[in-house]
Every structure is written in structure tokens, then in C-alpha cells.
Design a protein around this ligand. Sequence first.
Ligand SMILES: [Zn+2]
Length: 325
Amino acid sequence: MDFDSITGQREVIDNLKRSLSEGRVSHAYIFSGPQGIGKKTIARIFAGLLLCDEPHDGATCGRCKPCLLMKNGTNPDYVSISTEGSSIGVDMIRGMQSDAVLRPMYSKRKVYIVEDAVRMTIQAQNCLLKTFEEPPAYVVVILLTTNYENLLETVRSRALHLQFRKYTHEQVMQVLRTRVGGSSHVLELIADYSGGSIGAALELAGSSDFSALRDQLFDLLAGAATGRTKDIFELSAFFENNRENIDVLMNIMLTYYRDLLVAREGGERMLINSDKKDIILNNAQNSRSSRIVESIEAIGTVREALRQNANYQLATDYLLIKLQG
Ligand SMILES: [Zn+2]
């Protein structure tokens, strides 16, 4: 993949291309923006360009040793740091630093990518500062984060910040049409649910049971609003059985409540879930606007908490209570 194959994010890409062509590459970058918006993909392409022997016009040569190793995922001058756990500790950053003092093996540079950089503990961030303050000449570190503000000010001030933008509906559709194809009605729906994230859109498109999940969820939400114990249990079990899709479910729920509000304001023709108009209109009548807003806020809070690795059971239980009002 090269920069030309990327839809959108032109501002970021132009900036990176310029720094390459003018030889002004920074030692430290922070790529920030919502999930699934291309931060990692673009960081990887940039790394490939930094390592390639003969990059040309924003594309790698694809033939040199570093390029071939990059393709196999075995380039020792490219290191990606991520964690399955809840935090990136100081030991991981120290490990990176002891690797960084060794000169590159095949390229003029070494590139380190820290995924989900806000997961670095305070100690880890302070430790990283040493590299930011006195980087070996060949080192480039790229931090990826959904939450720029949560990084230490000292870290932020020493790195070049590139902000990634949400994609427009049309840009998401463009990617879906070329990479997924199929019924345009379904693609439109997926684009609406993606919240401007290509990653989320592709994930939605890839989950074969997207439509079924959505149907089920709509029925359950309508039931849960009544506050009947049986319905709450069913929704609870549904969350439990669909852990791996919870982010998708949260996005669907947000559009459901958003539509309830819109319907209450008489915006019947502006529903995202226009194919579910009957359910929406029926439930909109039975809900107060203030309660709908509370539900939307609760979903937003819980979605963020789950992305930060909050306890699944506690988070979804909290949500169930909030949805009952
Ligand atoms: Zn090359």
C-alpha cells in the first residue's frame, strides 16, 4: 500500500510527503483521531518510506532489501509496540530504548510505532521523554492515539502532532463500493453507522450477521424501554453473547436513540434507520426527550469506557440500568 491508495486524510499525507521530500523528518510524531480512521495504516506506509532505499514521489521502490523485509513483516528496523493488556508499562518503553541505541540493520533509519499510546503509564511516558529529548539521529517514533489530550503535556510538546479527520459519508461509501461492493442500500446503512470511520465501516461490512444483529437489537431496545424484568434479562444476555461486536452494537444503539429524538421533533424524513420507521415512531411516542438524551449520553460514556478496557460486565450492567431510566 502507498499514500495514493488511501482515501482522504490528504492534509496529513501531504504533510508527511513534504517532510520526506524536503528532508525534514521529525524524530517524534503523534497521530491522533478516532478509531479506524487510518492512523496505523498511514504510519506503516510512512515507516516503509522512511526505511526504503529509493522512495519516489511518496511511493516505496518495493524492491530493495528494507522494502522486501517490510512486506514479509520481518524488517528489524521497524518495531510496532502494542499491548493486549490494559497498559503499556515502563518496561516496554525501556525495551524499545535499548533496541533504539543499536544502529539500524538495513536502512538509514529505525521506526518505532506505539499503538494506543494513551495506554502508556505516566512512568512509561516520562521514560519515553528521554528518547524525545535526545533521540539517536536515525530514530523516528510515532505515537498513535484516539485521545491526544490524555498524553502528558511534556510528551505532546516534543512531538509533531498530526490530527486525522473523520471521513465524510461519501468517502466511506467510496471505500465500501471499491472494497466491499454489493447492495447499495446496505452500504449506505453501514456508512451511516460507521461514524466516519473506514475501519468501523469495513468491520461492519465484514460481520456477515450485521443485519440480523441490528434487527435483534432494535426489538430488544424497544422491549427494554418498558422496564420489564424479562426484557432487561434478554438484553443483558444479548450483550453477553455479542461481546466481540459491542462497539458495533453501541453505534447501532446511538443511531436508534438519535432517531427517537429526531422522530419526536417531527423529523420523520431524516431518520438514519428509515427502514425501521414503524418501531422508531412507536417508541418515540412513549419516551420522553430528556430520557432519550440520558440514554445517548450513557451509551457514549460506556462505549468510551469499554474502549479503555473497562470491565465488560460492570459497564453493560450500568448501561442497562441507565436505559431503563
Ligand atoms: Zn525500497
